[in-house]
Design a protein around this ligand. Structure first.
Ligand SMILES: [Zn+2]
Length: 162
């Protein structure tokens, strides 16, 4: 059963924005796994980082810690590495927010045949054309790749699948 206290702890932690893509929250990205009451005002928030090499991970953990403290809780942040995060954890709402922000959301089903052969078709977040070219493996951050749309000629970031 989810108590109202647990719900407000979840709401406080889930509202934390991703430092790299401030259009989406840690809940949208599936980074925030769970928030449990562990007695009194103590909460345990479990976080699974998107990319282990991503410097944003500790920033996210600190932001969740601060958000829970501001909401009156005594948080403990636990980093959970298993099961590993995949782009399939990004919520439908999160995908829409990424697209609206101008970032192509990760292609779902990262175990698809296309993904296996590294032949990911990325649609342009602006005009939805699939006539796109990867310009660089690394975009504005290590977690994104830089693409160019051959239809509207706009460059855009693609949130990489792992
Ligand atoms: Zn385009």
């Amino acid at each position: 059963m989810v108590t109202s206290e647990q719900q407000s702890a979840w709401d406080a932690a889930a509202a934390v924005l991703d430092p790299e893509v401030p259009a989406v929250t840690v809940a949208d990205l599936g980074i925030l796994r769970s928030v449990e009451m562990t007695g009194g005002r103590s909460v345990l928030a479990k976080v699974t980082p998107t990319y282990s090499g991503c410097p944003a991970v500790s920033a996210i953990e600190i932001a969740i810690d601060v958000a829970l403290r501001e909401a009156g809780f005594d948080p403990t942040i636990e980093r959970v590495m298993s099961p590993p995060w995949t782009t399939d954890w990004v919520t439908t709402e999160g995908r829409e927010k990424l697209r609206a922000y101008g970032i192509a959301p990760p292609v779902q089903a990262s175990n698809s045949l296309r993904a296996l052969f590294g032949d990911t078709v990325v649609a342009c977040p602006r005009c939805a054309s699939t006539d796109t070219t990867r310009v660089s493996e690394f975009g504005s951050t290590a977690c994104k790749a830089l693409y160019k749309c051959d239809a509207c000629h706009e460059p855009f970031d693609y949130f990489k699948c792992i």
